[in-house]
Ligand binder design. Sequence first.
Ligand SMILES: NC(=O)c1ccc[n+]([C@@H]2O[C@H](COP(=O)([O-])OP(=O)(O)OC[C@H]3O[C@@H](n4cnc5c(N)ncnc54)[C@H](O)[C@@H]3O)[C@@H](O)[C@H]2O)c1
Length: 355
Amino acid sequence: MKIFISGVCGFVGSELALGLREAGHEVCGCDNFSRPGSELNKPRIESAGVDFSHGDVRREEALERFRGIDWVIDAAANPSVLAGVDGRTSSRELLEHNLWGTVNLLELCKRESAGMVLLSTSRVYSIGALCSLPVKVSDGAFVLDERGDAAGPRGVTEEFSTDAPVSLYGASKLASEQIALEYGSTFGFPVWVNRCGVMSGAGQFGRPDQGIFSFWIHSWARRAPLKYIGFGGTGHQVRDCLHPRDLLGLVVLQIGRAGASRDGRAKPRVVNVGGGADSAMSLRQLSEWCEKEFGPGTVAADLTPRPFDLPWVVLDASKAEDVWGWRPGISTARICAEIAEHAREHPEWLRISAG
Ligand SMILES: NC(=O)c1ccc[n+]([C@@H]2O[C@H](COP(=O)([O-])OP(=O)(O)OC[C@H]3O[C@@H](n4cnc5c(N)ncnc54)[C@H](O)[C@@H]3O)[C@@H](O)[C@H]2O)c1
């Protein structure tokens, strides 16, 4: 099969590209290198045989030369929840990259009769509803105190509220989901929407606003300043954690089965894809892990809440398991160990990632 990946030099795009090449697929893709550090993945993917173009999905012409495509994986985005309000990118630019870019990729799917795998996000879920979930502190981490609507100990389900506000980033993805599903149904191609939780692993270009596991471990290793922001400066905020190689396993199932027989049409189009409750970790717990790995460090407390911050986000991915027989297999401990090894080998990584 021939697979086009947008954002193919990004953290997730490059992992998917390498994995799909290993699985014997033809892979092509483009990246505009807007993410600092992403250009470092160009030689890696090209030496694995990926047909790469320096191009921007906001421009339809950048996709013109790609022909004979069976699947498009949309992995190009500004993935920061602060995008559009952080003074680095405007709200218009955010929507051009994340929403208009997806529209151009859907036009590519239409032209090529190709399917689409959209990498969406847990950030489509309502900030108000997530902040209203009752949580208590246990073992240095927020845990759910009692079941909420579409939220339980396994995490939040796909039925959880997506009411605004969800952040401009979350809204750009929610709108992309809707438009992708509409294109698929109107023009008759399969669309799978994967609402991904936090993804982490070696080589991620971590920053405080995106790629937190990578940023934290690299910063600890270098004794760079760290702070617990908001939530009383305690570091109790929790995320689950998924390695993109686990996502790859799901994508392989999605492009295989739906591409072959179309029986996938009956499957739910939108699933949560996350490490789940077993992988969940608070920042304070991550600090404890870092201390064992690298020795003591200090973390300041910044009591000022940051826009869009959430106390507890864990994705219940049981629908993906029921529908696809998919489960993540790489533990958070393994992910952290992989990042720590990378941090030892790449002392310059924080500087590269900061741009
Ligand atoms: N990493 C996570 O924790 C996470 C979680 C949920 C969803 N996602 C989604 O997964 C996808 C990949 O995220 P990532 O972590 O690899 O981010 P990343 O920033 O590492 O990769 C995105 C890549 O897209 C490229 N890009 C951005 N705008 C582009 C444009 N207009 N044209 C061409 N290339 C462009 C960037 O240069 C970068 O290489 C994104 O859609 C993101 O929203 C990521």
